[in-house]
Design a protein around this ligand. Structure first.
Ligand SMILES: Nc1nc2c(ncn2[C@@H]2O[C@H](COP(=O)(O)OP(=O)(O)OP(=O)(O)O)[C@@H](O)[C@H]2O)c(=O)[nH]1
Ligand SMILES: [Mg+2]
Length: 477
Protein backbone atom coordinates (compact mmCIF):
# COMPACT_ATOMS: atom_id res chain seq x y z
CA UNK A 1 0.00 0.00 0.00
CA UNK A 2 1.33 3.43 -0.88
CA UNK A 3 2.09 5.51 2.17
CA UNK A 4 -0.22 8.26 0.88
CA UNK A 5 -3.32 6.09 1.12
CA UNK A 6 -2.92 4.73 4.67
CA UNK A 7 -5.41 5.83 7.32
CA UNK A 8 -4.37 9.12 8.83
CA UNK A 9 -5.93 10.66 11.91
CA UNK A 10 -5.33 14.27 12.92
CA UNK A 11 -5.93 14.91 16.62
CA UNK A 12 -7.24 18.47 16.92
CA UNK A 13 -8.99 20.79 19.37
CA UNK A 14 -8.61 23.71 21.73
CA UNK A 15 -5.16 24.20 23.32
CA UNK A 16 -4.34 22.23 26.46
CA UNK A 17 -7.18 19.72 26.26
CA UNK A 18 -5.09 16.57 26.14
CA UNK A 19 -4.59 16.16 22.38
CA UNK A 20 -0.94 15.21 22.78
CA UNK A 21 -1.82 13.03 25.77
CA UNK A 22 -4.28 11.08 23.65
CA UNK A 23 -1.69 10.72 20.88
CA UNK A 24 0.90 9.45 23.39
CA UNK A 25 -1.57 6.92 24.78
CA UNK A 26 -2.74 5.67 21.38
CA UNK A 27 0.71 5.57 19.82
CA UNK A 28 2.22 4.12 23.05
CA UNK A 29 5.00 6.65 22.66
CA UNK A 30 6.44 8.46 25.65
CA UNK A 31 8.39 10.91 23.50
CA UNK A 32 5.23 12.91 22.65
CA UNK A 33 5.54 16.41 24.13
CA UNK A 34 2.90 17.06 26.82
CA UNK A 35 2.75 20.10 29.07
CA UNK A 36 0.58 21.95 31.56
CA UNK A 37 0.54 25.24 29.62
CA UNK A 38 -1.46 25.88 26.44
CA UNK A 39 0.68 26.01 23.32
CA UNK A 40 2.93 23.05 24.15
CA UNK A 41 2.54 21.62 20.65
CA UNK A 42 3.56 24.19 18.03
CA UNK A 43 4.02 21.96 15.00
CA UNK A 44 2.34 18.90 13.58
CA UNK A 45 4.14 15.66 14.17
CA UNK A 46 3.21 12.23 12.81
CA UNK A 47 3.35 9.05 14.82
CA UNK A 48 3.35 6.18 12.36
CA UNK A 49 2.31 2.69 13.40
CA UNK A 50 4.47 0.24 11.52
CA UNK A 51 4.48 -3.53 11.62
CA UNK A 52 7.37 -5.37 9.98
CA UNK A 53 8.32 -2.11 8.32
CA UNK A 54 4.86 -1.66 6.80
CA UNK A 55 2.93 1.52 7.66
CA UNK A 56 -0.58 0.65 8.93
CA UNK A 57 -1.77 4.06 10.04
CA UNK A 58 -0.52 7.38 11.33
CA UNK A 59 -1.64 9.72 14.08
CA UNK A 60 -0.87 13.40 13.73
CA UNK A 61 -0.48 15.58 16.80
CA UNK A 62 -1.37 19.21 16.06
CA UNK A 63 -1.26 22.62 17.73
CA UNK A 64 -4.57 23.87 19.21
CA UNK A 65 -6.97 26.31 17.52
CA UNK A 66 -6.06 29.93 18.39
CA UNK A 67 -8.20 32.09 16.12
CA UNK A 68 -11.08 29.89 15.11
CA UNK A 69 -13.62 32.74 14.84
CA UNK A 70 -11.46 34.76 12.45
CA UNK A 71 -10.81 31.70 10.35
CA UNK A 72 -14.51 30.92 10.12
CA UNK A 73 -15.27 34.56 9.22
CA UNK A 74 -12.70 34.40 6.43
CA UNK A 75 -14.27 31.20 5.11
CA UNK A 76 -17.80 32.62 5.28
CA UNK A 77 -16.81 35.85 3.55
CA UNK A 78 -15.01 33.94 0.84
CA UNK A 79 -18.02 31.68 0.33
CA UNK A 80 -20.26 34.73 -0.02
CA UNK A 81 -18.13 36.16 -2.81
CA UNK A 82 -19.64 33.81 -5.37
CA UNK A 83 -22.62 31.48 -5.47
CA UNK A 84 -21.31 28.49 -3.55
CA UNK A 85 -22.78 25.35 -2.04
CA UNK A 86 -21.71 23.07 0.80
CA UNK A 87 -19.79 21.06 -1.80
CA UNK A 88 -17.41 23.99 -2.26
CA UNK A 89 -16.48 24.20 1.40
CA UNK A 90 -13.59 21.69 1.49
CA UNK A 91 -11.99 23.58 -1.41
CA UNK A 92 -12.38 26.87 0.47
CA UNK A 93 -10.62 25.43 3.51
CA UNK A 94 -7.82 24.29 1.26
CA UNK A 95 -7.67 27.79 -0.20
CA UNK A 96 -7.50 29.22 3.32
CA UNK A 97 -4.49 27.06 4.21
CA UNK A 98 -2.69 27.99 0.98
CA UNK A 99 -3.54 31.71 0.97
CA UNK A 100 -0.59 34.08 1.02
CA UNK A 101 0.33 35.31 4.46
CA UNK A 102 -1.92 32.85 6.32
CA UNK A 103 1.00 30.73 7.49
CA UNK A 104 2.15 33.83 9.38
CA UNK A 105 -1.23 35.20 10.45
CA UNK A 106 -2.81 31.88 11.38
CA UNK A 107 0.14 29.55 12.00
CA UNK A 108 -1.76 27.19 14.30
CA UNK A 109 -4.82 26.82 12.08
CA UNK A 110 -2.70 26.39 8.95
CA UNK A 111 -0.66 23.69 10.71
CA UNK A 112 -3.62 21.80 12.10
CA UNK A 113 -5.74 21.99 8.94
CA UNK A 114 -2.95 20.88 6.60
CA UNK A 115 -3.10 17.13 7.38
CA UNK A 116 -6.92 17.26 7.18
CA UNK A 117 -6.81 18.96 3.79
CA UNK A 118 -4.33 16.22 2.81
CA UNK A 119 -6.87 13.52 3.63
CA UNK A 120 -6.65 12.80 7.36
CA UNK A 121 -9.68 11.89 9.43
CA UNK A 122 -10.46 14.15 12.38
CA UNK A 123 -10.34 13.32 16.06
CA UNK A 124 -11.66 16.34 17.97
CA UNK A 125 -10.68 16.42 21.66
CA UNK A 126 -12.51 18.39 24.36
CA UNK A 127 -12.25 18.52 28.15
CA UNK A 128 -15.28 17.13 29.99
CA UNK A 129 -14.13 18.82 33.20
CA UNK A 130 -14.99 22.33 31.98
CA UNK A 131 -18.33 23.68 30.66
CA UNK A 132 -19.24 23.64 27.00
CA UNK A 133 -19.18 27.12 25.46
CA UNK A 134 -19.98 28.79 22.11
CA UNK A 135 -16.28 29.46 21.47
CA UNK A 136 -15.95 25.80 20.49
CA UNK A 137 -18.62 26.09 17.85
CA UNK A 138 -16.36 27.97 15.43
CA UNK A 139 -13.79 25.15 15.71
CA UNK A 140 -16.37 22.47 15.06
CA UNK A 141 -17.87 24.44 12.20
CA UNK A 142 -14.47 24.79 10.50
CA UNK A 143 -13.92 21.06 10.90
CA UNK A 144 -17.31 20.42 9.34
CA UNK A 145 -16.37 22.61 6.39
CA UNK A 146 -13.40 20.35 5.66
CA UNK A 147 -15.86 17.57 4.80
CA UNK A 148 -13.53 14.97 6.31
CA UNK A 149 -14.87 12.07 8.42
CA UNK A 150 -14.60 12.76 12.09
CA UNK A 151 -15.14 11.57 15.62
CA UNK A 152 -14.99 13.36 18.96
CA UNK A 153 -13.42 12.38 22.25
CA UNK A 154 -14.40 13.87 25.60
CA UNK A 155 -11.33 13.71 27.82
CA UNK A 156 -12.42 14.35 31.40
CA UNK A 157 -9.51 16.33 32.90
CA UNK A 158 -9.94 16.60 36.63
CA UNK A 159 -13.66 15.82 36.70
CA UNK A 160 -16.57 14.45 34.68
CA UNK A 161 -18.89 17.28 35.66
CA UNK A 162 -19.74 18.47 32.15
CA UNK A 163 -19.53 15.25 30.20
CA UNK A 164 -23.30 15.08 29.62
CA UNK A 165 -23.44 18.69 28.31
CA UNK A 166 -20.58 17.96 25.97
CA UNK A 167 -22.19 14.77 24.71
CA UNK A 168 -25.33 16.73 23.80
CA UNK A 169 -23.37 19.47 22.02
CA UNK A 170 -20.90 17.24 20.20
CA UNK A 171 -23.67 14.91 19.07
CA UNK A 172 -24.84 17.68 16.74
CA UNK A 173 -21.50 17.89 14.95
CA UNK A 174 -20.03 14.36 15.18
CA UNK A 175 -21.52 10.96 14.47
CA UNK A 176 -19.22 9.21 16.93
CA UNK A 177 -18.61 10.65 20.41
CA UNK A 178 -16.57 8.75 23.01
CA UNK A 179 -15.59 9.53 26.59
CA UNK A 180 -11.96 8.52 27.07
CA UNK A 181 -9.58 9.48 29.83
CA UNK A 182 -6.39 10.17 27.88
CA UNK A 183 -4.22 9.43 30.89
CA UNK A 184 -5.80 6.18 31.96
CA UNK A 185 -7.40 4.55 28.92
CA UNK A 186 -6.71 0.82 29.04
CA UNK A 187 -5.76 -1.42 26.16
CA UNK A 188 -9.33 -2.36 25.24
CA UNK A 189 -10.61 1.25 25.36
CA UNK A 190 -7.77 2.25 23.05
CA UNK A 191 -8.54 -0.64 20.70
CA UNK A 192 -12.21 0.36 20.56
CA UNK A 193 -11.30 3.91 19.63
CA UNK A 194 -9.01 2.71 16.85
CA UNK A 195 -11.77 0.46 15.62
CA UNK A 196 -14.13 3.45 15.42
CA UNK A 197 -11.40 5.28 13.50
CA UNK A 198 -11.24 2.37 11.03
CA UNK A 199 -14.97 2.76 10.38
CA UNK A 200 -14.61 6.39 9.29
CA UNK A 201 -13.73 5.69 5.70
CA UNK A 202 -14.17 2.71 3.42
CA UNK A 203 -10.78 1.20 2.83
CA UNK A 204 -9.55 1.97 6.34
CA UNK A 205 -11.12 -1.00 8.06
CA UNK A 206 -8.57 -3.47 6.64
CA UNK A 207 -5.37 -1.70 7.74
CA UNK A 208 -6.88 -0.72 11.10
CA UNK A 209 -7.97 -4.33 11.66
CA UNK A 210 -4.41 -5.42 10.94
CA UNK A 211 -3.09 -2.75 13.28
CA UNK A 212 -5.40 -3.96 16.06
CA UNK A 213 -4.18 -7.53 15.66
CA UNK A 214 -0.60 -6.26 15.60
CA UNK A 215 -1.16 -4.32 18.82
CA UNK A 216 -2.36 -7.48 20.55
CA UNK A 217 0.73 -9.30 19.26
CA UNK A 218 2.95 -6.49 20.56
CA UNK A 219 1.23 -6.77 23.94
CA UNK A 220 1.94 -10.49 24.05
CA UNK A 221 5.60 -10.05 23.16
CA UNK A 222 5.94 -7.37 25.84
CA UNK A 223 4.43 -9.72 28.40
CA UNK A 224 6.78 -12.50 27.32
CA UNK A 225 9.85 -10.26 27.45
CA UNK A 226 8.89 -8.86 30.86
CA UNK A 227 8.29 -12.39 32.21
CA UNK A 228 11.78 -13.38 31.07
CA UNK A 229 13.33 -10.34 32.76
CA UNK A 230 11.57 -11.23 35.99
CA UNK A 231 12.62 -14.89 35.83
CA UNK A 232 16.24 -13.95 35.15
CA UNK A 233 16.13 -11.44 37.97
CA UNK A 234 14.85 -14.11 40.35
CA UNK A 235 17.61 -16.50 39.24
CA UNK A 236 20.17 -13.78 39.92
CA UNK A 237 18.68 -12.80 43.28
CA UNK A 238 18.39 -16.37 44.52
CA UNK A 239 21.99 -17.24 43.72
CA UNK A 240 23.48 -13.91 44.71
CA UNK A 241 26.63 -14.22 46.84
CA UNK A 242 29.28 -11.76 47.85
CA UNK A 243 32.66 -13.03 48.94
CA UNK A 244 35.86 -11.71 50.35
CA UNK A 245 39.16 -13.30 51.43
CA UNK A 246 39.25 -13.55 55.15
CA UNK A 247 42.31 -11.92 56.70
CA UNK A 248 43.46 -12.84 60.20
CA UNK A 249 43.08 -9.19 61.19
CA UNK A 250 39.43 -8.95 60.09
CA UNK A 251 36.95 -7.88 62.71
CA UNK A 252 34.15 -10.43 62.25
CA UNK A 253 31.28 -8.11 63.17
CA UNK A 254 32.51 -5.40 60.84
CA UNK A 255 33.16 -7.85 58.05
CA UNK A 256 29.64 -9.17 58.29
CA UNK A 257 28.19 -5.67 58.20
CA UNK A 258 30.26 -4.80 55.16
CA UNK A 259 29.41 -7.95 53.25
CA UNK A 260 25.76 -7.58 54.12
CA UNK A 261 25.77 -4.00 52.84
CA UNK A 262 27.46 -5.10 49.62
CA UNK A 263 24.96 -7.93 49.20
CA UNK A 264 22.05 -5.55 49.62
CA UNK A 265 23.50 -3.07 47.22
CA UNK A 266 24.05 -5.77 44.57
CA UNK A 267 20.52 -7.02 45.10
CA UNK A 268 19.20 -3.47 44.80
CA UNK A 269 21.13 -3.10 41.55
CA UNK A 270 19.69 -6.33 40.15
CA UNK A 271 16.21 -5.14 41.05
CA UNK A 272 16.72 -1.67 39.56
CA UNK A 273 18.22 -3.16 36.37
CA UNK A 274 15.36 -5.58 35.80
CA UNK A 275 12.83 -2.80 36.45
CA UNK A 276 14.41 -0.58 33.85
CA UNK A 277 14.46 -3.47 31.39
CA UNK A 278 10.77 -4.20 32.00
CA UNK A 279 9.93 -0.51 31.53
CA UNK A 280 11.84 -0.47 28.25
CA UNK A 281 9.95 -3.51 26.98
CA UNK A 282 6.72 -1.58 27.52
CA UNK A 283 8.09 1.48 25.73
CA UNK A 284 8.52 3.56 28.88
CA UNK A 285 11.99 4.84 28.14
CA UNK A 286 11.91 7.97 30.25
CA UNK A 287 9.93 6.58 33.16
CA UNK A 288 11.34 7.28 36.55
CA UNK A 289 10.38 4.76 39.18
CA UNK A 290 11.09 5.37 42.81
CA UNK A 291 14.45 3.73 43.39
CA UNK A 292 14.59 0.21 44.71
CA UNK A 293 14.92 0.45 48.42
CA UNK A 294 16.22 -2.60 50.13
CA UNK A 295 15.05 -1.36 53.50
CA UNK A 296 11.62 -1.71 52.04
CA UNK A 297 12.42 -5.21 50.88
CA UNK A 298 13.49 -6.19 54.38
CA UNK A 299 10.40 -4.72 55.93
CA UNK A 300 8.37 -6.40 53.20
CA UNK A 301 9.67 -9.73 54.40
CA UNK A 302 8.14 -9.16 57.79
CA UNK A 303 5.05 -7.10 57.08
CA UNK A 304 1.75 -8.90 57.05
CA UNK A 305 0.41 -6.39 54.49
CA UNK A 306 3.04 -7.58 52.04
CA UNK A 307 2.02 -11.20 52.11
CA UNK A 308 -1.59 -10.19 51.66
CA UNK A 309 -0.74 -7.96 48.76
CA UNK A 310 1.27 -10.66 47.07
CA UNK A 311 -1.45 -13.24 47.50
CA UNK A 312 0.20 -15.10 50.36
CA UNK A 313 -1.12 -16.04 53.76
CA UNK A 314 0.95 -16.98 56.75
CA UNK A 315 0.07 -20.63 56.50
CA UNK A 316 0.95 -20.62 52.81
CA UNK A 317 4.39 -19.41 53.66
CA UNK A 318 4.89 -22.13 56.20
CA UNK A 319 3.88 -24.66 53.56
CA UNK A 320 6.03 -23.01 50.94
CA UNK A 321 8.99 -23.05 53.26
CA UNK A 322 8.62 -26.80 53.69
CA UNK A 323 8.12 -27.46 50.00
CA UNK A 324 11.00 -25.24 49.03
CA UNK A 325 13.30 -27.00 51.46
CA UNK A 326 14.26 -23.66 52.96
CA UNK A 327 16.09 -23.53 56.21
CA UNK A 328 15.25 -21.29 59.08
CA UNK A 329 17.69 -19.80 61.49
CA UNK A 330 21.34 -20.54 61.23
CA UNK A 331 21.56 -24.03 59.90
CA UNK A 332 24.98 -25.03 58.71
CA UNK A 333 25.08 -25.61 55.01
CA UNK A 334 27.13 -28.76 54.72
CA UNK A 335 27.06 -28.71 50.94
CA UNK A 336 29.07 -25.52 50.93
CA UNK A 337 31.58 -27.08 53.29
CA UNK A 338 31.16 -24.04 55.46
CA UNK A 339 30.48 -23.42 59.08
CA UNK A 340 27.84 -21.07 60.31
CA UNK A 341 29.59 -17.92 61.24
CA UNK A 342 28.59 -15.28 63.70
CA UNK A 343 25.10 -16.48 64.32
CA UNK A 344 24.94 -14.86 67.68
CA UNK A 345 22.05 -14.61 70.04
CA UNK A 346 20.20 -12.14 67.84
CA UNK A 347 19.46 -14.33 64.88
CA UNK A 348 18.08 -17.22 66.84
CA UNK A 349 16.45 -15.34 69.66
CA UNK A 350 14.73 -12.54 67.79
CA UNK A 351 12.45 -14.98 66.09
CA UNK A 352 10.30 -17.70 67.56
CA UNK A 353 6.63 -17.67 68.41
CA UNK A 354 4.26 -16.97 65.56
CA UNK A 355 7.01 -15.58 63.40
CA UNK A 356 9.32 -18.51 63.80
CA UNK A 357 8.92 -19.54 60.21
CA UNK A 358 10.47 -16.34 59.01
CA UNK A 359 13.91 -17.54 59.78
CA UNK A 360 16.63 -15.23 60.90
CA UNK A 361 15.69 -11.59 60.66
CA UNK A 362 17.95 -10.94 57.73
CA UNK A 363 18.13 -11.61 54.05
CA UNK A 364 21.01 -14.04 54.15
CA UNK A 365 23.81 -15.16 56.40
CA UNK A 366 27.57 -15.23 56.55
CA UNK A 367 29.65 -18.36 56.17
CA UNK A 368 33.34 -19.08 56.22
CA UNK A 369 34.66 -21.38 53.55
CA UNK A 370 38.02 -23.16 53.71
CA UNK A 371 39.57 -23.01 50.31
CA UNK A 372 41.32 -26.02 48.78
CA UNK A 373 44.42 -23.95 47.99
CA UNK A 374 44.58 -22.61 51.51
CA UNK A 375 43.13 -19.49 53.01
CA UNK A 376 39.57 -18.82 53.96
CA UNK A 377 36.75 -17.03 52.29
CA UNK A 378 33.94 -15.10 53.93
CA UNK A 379 30.73 -15.54 51.96
CA UNK A 380 27.44 -13.72 52.43
CA UNK A 381 24.46 -15.31 50.70
CA UNK A 382 22.74 -16.84 48.95
CA UNK A 383 19.55 -16.10 50.81
CA UNK A 384 17.82 -19.14 52.23
CA UNK A 385 14.91 -17.20 53.63
CA UNK A 386 11.70 -19.03 52.70
CA UNK A 387 9.79 -15.84 51.95
CA UNK A 388 12.56 -14.05 50.14
CA UNK A 389 11.77 -15.28 46.59
CA UNK A 390 8.05 -14.68 47.07
CA UNK A 391 8.59 -11.12 48.20
CA UNK A 392 11.14 -10.41 45.47
CA UNK A 393 8.81 -11.97 42.91
CA UNK A 394 5.80 -10.10 44.32
CA UNK A 395 7.64 -6.79 44.05
CA UNK A 396 8.62 -7.52 40.45
CA UNK A 397 5.08 -8.58 39.60
CA UNK A 398 3.62 -5.46 41.20
CA UNK A 399 6.03 -3.18 39.36
CA UNK A 400 5.40 -4.89 36.02
CA UNK A 401 1.62 -4.70 36.48
CA UNK A 402 1.78 -0.96 37.08
CA UNK A 403 4.10 -0.42 34.11
CA UNK A 404 1.90 -2.50 31.80
CA UNK A 405 -1.18 -0.52 32.88
CA UNK A 406 0.48 2.86 32.57
CA UNK A 407 -0.31 4.93 29.50
CA UNK A 408 2.47 6.78 27.71
CA UNK A 409 0.78 10.08 28.55
CA UNK A 410 1.55 9.69 32.28
CA UNK A 411 4.72 11.50 33.08
CA UNK A 412 4.78 11.40 36.90
CA UNK A 413 7.21 9.29 38.87
CA UNK A 414 5.94 5.75 39.31
CA UNK A 415 5.16 5.21 42.99
CA UNK A 416 5.88 1.69 44.08
CA UNK A 417 4.96 1.90 47.74
CA UNK A 418 2.74 -0.69 49.32
CA UNK A 419 -0.86 -0.17 48.34
CA UNK A 420 -3.26 -2.68 49.79
CA UNK A 421 -5.93 -1.68 47.30
CA UNK A 422 -3.90 -3.56 44.76
CA UNK A 423 -3.89 -7.15 45.89
CA UNK A 424 -2.38 -9.75 43.66
CA UNK A 425 -3.84 -13.18 44.20
CA UNK A 426 -2.01 -16.45 43.69
CA UNK A 427 -3.82 -19.75 43.51
CA UNK A 428 -2.56 -22.64 45.62
CA UNK A 429 -1.38 -24.47 42.51
CA UNK A 430 0.52 -21.47 41.18
CA UNK A 431 2.06 -20.87 44.59
CA UNK A 432 3.31 -24.44 44.82
CA UNK A 433 4.57 -24.29 41.24
CA UNK A 434 6.50 -21.14 42.04
CA UNK A 435 7.95 -22.67 45.21
CA UNK A 436 9.28 -25.61 43.18
CA UNK A 437 10.81 -23.31 40.57
CA UNK A 438 12.42 -21.13 43.24
CA UNK A 439 13.84 -24.23 44.93
CA UNK A 440 15.22 -25.43 41.59
CA UNK A 441 16.83 -22.05 40.91
CA UNK A 442 18.41 -22.15 44.36
CA UNK A 443 19.74 -25.65 43.84
CA UNK A 444 21.31 -25.10 40.45
CA UNK A 445 24.35 -23.00 39.80
CA UNK A 446 23.74 -20.12 37.45
CA UNK A 447 24.31 -20.97 33.79
CA UNK A 448 23.75 -24.72 34.07
CA UNK A 449 21.30 -26.47 31.78
CA UNK A 450 18.93 -27.22 34.65
CA UNK A 451 19.00 -23.65 35.81
CA UNK A 452 18.21 -22.45 32.28
CA UNK A 453 15.26 -24.83 32.27
CA UNK A 454 14.10 -23.45 35.59
CA UNK A 455 14.33 -19.92 34.18
CA UNK A 456 12.26 -21.07 31.19
CA UNK A 457 9.69 -22.61 33.52
CA UNK A 458 9.53 -19.49 35.66
CA UNK A 459 9.18 -17.36 32.51
CA UNK A 460 6.13 -19.40 31.45
CA UNK A 461 4.50 -19.23 34.89
CA UNK A 462 5.25 -15.51 35.20
CA UNK A 463 3.83 -14.77 31.77
CA UNK A 464 0.55 -16.44 32.71
CA UNK A 465 0.45 -14.51 36.00
CA UNK A 466 1.19 -11.18 34.27
CA UNK A 467 -1.60 -11.81 31.80
CA UNK A 468 -4.08 -12.43 34.61
CA UNK A 469 -2.85 -9.33 36.42
CA UNK A 470 -3.66 -7.04 33.51
CA UNK A 471 -6.54 -4.77 34.42
CA UNK A 472 -6.10 -5.60 38.09
CA UNK A 473 -3.63 -2.90 39.02
CA UNK A 474 -4.09 0.85 39.03
CA UNK A 475 -1.81 3.61 40.10
CA UNK A 476 -2.98 5.84 42.88
CA UNK A 477 -4.08 9.41 42.20
N1 LIG B 1 -5.75 14.69 35.13
C1 LIG B 1 -5.68 14.67 33.80
N2 LIG B 1 -4.80 15.49 33.19
C2 LIG B 1 -4.74 15.46 31.86
C3 LIG B 1 -5.54 14.59 31.07
N3 LIG B 1 -5.23 14.79 29.78
C4 LIG B 1 -4.30 15.76 29.76
N4 LIG B 1 -4.00 16.17 30.99
C5 LIG B 1 -3.02 17.20 31.37
O1 LIG B 1 -3.40 18.39 30.71
C6 LIG B 1 -2.24 19.10 30.27
C7 LIG B 1 -2.32 19.34 28.76
O2 LIG B 1 -2.18 18.11 28.09
P1 LIG B 1 -1.62 18.03 26.60
O3 LIG B 1 -1.79 16.64 26.14
O4 LIG B 1 -0.26 18.65 26.49
O5 LIG B 1 -2.69 18.97 25.87
P2 LIG B 1 -2.70 19.50 24.39
O6 LIG B 1 -4.13 19.59 24.00
O7 LIG B 1 -1.81 18.71 23.51
O8 LIG B 1 -2.12 20.97 24.59
P3 LIG B 1 -1.40 21.94 23.52
O9 LIG B 1 -0.36 21.18 22.80
O10 LIG B 1 -0.85 23.03 24.36
O11 LIG B 1 -2.50 22.44 22.62
C8 LIG B 1 -1.04 18.28 30.67
O12 LIG B 1 -0.55 18.77 31.87
C9 LIG B 1 -1.65 16.88 30.86
O13 LIG B 1 -0.89 16.12 31.79
C10 LIG B 1 -6.46 13.72 31.76
O14 LIG B 1 -7.16 12.93 31.16
N5 LIG B 1 -6.47 13.81 33.12
MG1 LIG C 1 -0.16 19.23 22.47
Amino acid sequence: MAEGSVPLLAVVGHPNKGKSSLVATLAEDDSVGIGPTPGTTLHCRSYPMRVDGRLLYSLVDTPGFQRARQVLSWLEERAAEFPSTAADRPRLVEEFVRARGHADRFPDECQLLQPIVDGAGILYVVDGGVPYGPEYEAEMEILRWTGRPSLAVINPIGSRDYVADWEAALGQFFRVVRVIDALRADHSTRSQLLKAFGELESGWRGPIGEALAALDAVRESQRQAAAREIAQFLAGALTLVVERRLEPTDDPARLERELEAEYESRLGQLEADHRRAVQRHYGHHALEAHAAELELLESDLFAEGTWLRFGLRRRDLVAVGAVGGATTGGVIDAALGGASFLLGATAGAAVGGALGWLGAGRLAELRVIDQPMGGRLARYGPSRNANFPFVVFGRARYHCGLVAARTHAMREVLELDVDLENRLPLSGTTRRGLADLFAELRRRGAGSKRSREAVEGLTRTTRAILMEDEGRLTERG
